[in-house]
Ligand binder design. Structure first.
Ligand SMILES: NC(=O)C1=CN([C@@H]2O[C@H](COP(=O)(O)OP(=O)(O)OC[C@H]3O[C@@H](n4cnc5c(N)ncnc54)[C@H](O)[C@@H]3O)[C@@H](O)[C@H]2O)[C@@H](O)CC1
Ligand SMILES: [K+]
Length: 521
């Protein structure tokens, strides 16, 4: 599903209104009706229940006024609190204010600090709160009084439905500079906005519902940016269907270069990720002393032991053995658990020069890249999979700076490295080119556990080997990995979840994808 910036949404609104002749008031009416449906989903029967609607001065407030009229029609007791002076309300919002007036319905003015008590009382005697204070026109931080209202709403313990965007969240970036509504559900109009799918904004949305307000889909071609919110159907459509006559050669060979004495598990988990991601063949290359152990842990993979340093990391002398292993590879995964020896770093750089197929660089591989001091030539179709700390090293930012503006960080990394970038962490974000992003809604905090990233690297490698483009492999890998974690959480909660559970639950995801018509992943 396409993800828009507010300015792009405004452009489509304007085209729908001015070029196609759909009146703005019709769009506003549709928006309001969709919010009413969400309220009904949350509350069930509406008759006799109470709603409080907080209305700002812009069109978002206008949507709120439509909601008021429809909830009244449904037999609800509706209190509408205007946080702006009535004379500030213009255009379609004004029209809706006048309709309410014509109906004899009283909208309360509650836009001054002295009104805080009125707000408190309203919030006490309500079953649901509708946030129509600010929409996509909002930037910066809310005025002090509105902040106090927002804090009361958040502390009320009542379900909150945000109209289009939780007030206080910036639609273009997801930045939150002060108080912001913590919604139970957000009904966003026509398309998800960037600020709703990146952190921190995403955490304020609750359940995100995308409402059809009759913006014709033909207008999508006016949007140049390629930003997608990942969904199972999209991922399934990318995956190859397995042919009846397919054999292991059909689904590609992944070579995993990973592991060191203290981190043999990283090699095992990356290999398991690749196997469960549907690769035809996986060969894992590890320091020689680990080979037997790894072979026992992943009997379905080929193993190759290579020269090692005294501390048990891959040695420079391993180059020829690794080069032999790379023969026939469709994808390479390099980095998990390699350690931080200088010699292994030198080897890493030489191996990169010999890889001729799409490659996932993860973990210690990323640290070697960052430490190289010069910009290394990456194999064609490289995917980098940093967590925020690795991202900081790759871009010269601090981890806090990365997390404060993940979108900017991922864009910076893409420009620096000209590779597909997968920025892990809550709401994994993928940058694949100029204005080309994928937003991943799957995954949960239970997956913040050692080895989970190794599984992801292997999984992406498997998707590359099956012929997905680097951007699709990265995006699909992130979605599938997060979905496996989500299914694991449904059964075990977050505490006990480990990377091995992510591997095991890929089975269930495989089934889901298969049912959607994709491959037997
Ligand atoms: N025809 C359209 O354009 C449609 C718009 N719709 C609604 O309209 C919304 C956008 O409407 P608007 O562009 O009027 O914007 P908003 O309704 O978001 O209004 C924001 C208002 O707050 C002000 N503001 C911005 N930042 C502020 C800050 N930090 N402190 C105080 N005030 C601030 C702005 O100047 C503006 O007057 C959408 O989110 C959506 O809910 C829908 O009704 C569908 C149709
Ligand atoms: K809002």
């Amino acid at each position: 599903m396409l993800v828009l910036k507010p300015e792009e949404m405004r452009q489509l609104d304007q085209l729908a209104i001015k070029k196609l002749g759909i009146p703005g008031a019709v769009l506003m009416e549709n928006a309001g009706v969709q919010v009413v449906q969400a309220v009904e989903k949350l509350l069930g029967e509406l008759r006799g229940k109470r709603a409080t609607i907080l209305v700002g001065k812009g069109n978002n407030g206008g949507d709120g006024l439509v909601v008021a009229r429809h909830l009244l029609n449904r037999g609800m007791e509706v209190k509408t609190l205007l946080l702006a002076a009535p004379e500030e309300i213009r255009g379609d919002a004004r029209l809706n204010l006048e309709i309410l007036h014509n109906l004899g319905y009283k909208v309360h003015y509650a836009g001054q600090p002295s009104s805080l008590n009125t707000v408190k009382v309203a919030l006490l005697y309500t079953d649901i709160i509708i946030d129509a204070i600010y929409g996509t026109g909002f930037q910066g931080s809310v005025p002090e009084y509105v902040g106090q209202v927002i804090n009361l709403v958040n502390d009320s313990g009542k379900p909150i439905v945000a109209v289009d965007i939780p007030s206080g969240v910036e639609g273009a970036s997801g930045h939150v500079h002060g108080p912001a509504i913590k919604a139970t559900a957000t009904v966003t109009m026509a398309y998800p906005k960037v600020g709703l799918v990146v952190e921190p904004g995403a955490s304020f949305c609750g359940q995100l519902l995308v409402a059809d307000i009759s913006i014709p889909t033909v207008l999508e071609k006016e949007v140049i940016a390629r930003r997608q919110l990942l969904q199972g159907e999209l991922v399934a459509s990318w995956l190859p269907r397995r042919a009846a006559e397919g054999h292991k050669g059909t689904y590609g060979k992944v070579v995993v270069v990973a592991g060191s004495r203290n981190m043999s598990g990283a090699a095992v988990l990356a290999t398991l990720g690749a196997l469960h991601g549907g690769a035809g063949l996986v060969e894992v290359i590890v320091p020689r002393s680990l080979q037997d152990r790894v072979a026992v842990a992943v009997p379905a993979a080929l193993t190759r032991g290579a020269e090692e340093t005294p501390s048990g990391t891959l040695a420079e002398a391993a180059l020829e053995e690794i080069t032999a292993g790379l023969a026939g590879a469709q994808a390479v995964v390099i980095g998990p658990g390699l350690g931080q020896e200088e010699e292994t770093g030198r080897l890493f750089r030489q191996v990169l020069e010999r890889i001729g197929c799409p490659t996932v660089i993860d973990a210690d591989g990323l640290n070697y890249l960052a430490a190289a001091g010069e910009k290394l030539q990456l194999p064609p179709g490289t995917i980098l999979t940093p967590h925020p700390g690795e991202m900081a090293r790759l871009t010269g930012l601090t981890t806090a700076e990365v997390q404060k503006d993940r979108l900017a960080a991922v864009e910076r990394a893409w420009r620096n490295w000209q590779a597909v970038i997968v920025l892990k962490g809550a709401r994994t974000l993928i940058a694949a080119g100029e204005n080309c992003y994928y937003f991943n809604p799957t995954g949960n905090p239970g997956m913040a556990t050692g080895g989970s990233g190794d599984v992801l690297a292997g999984l992406i490698g498997a998707l590359l080997a099956q012929g997905l483009s680097p951007e699709q492999a990265a995006a699909a890998g992130a979605w599938l990995h997060g979905r496996a974690g989500d299914l694991a959480r449904e059964e075990m909660g977050e505490l006990a979840l480990t990377a091995l559970d992510v591997v095991n639950y890929l089975r269930k995801v495989s089934r889901e994808i298969w049912q959607l018509g994709g491959s037997k992943l």
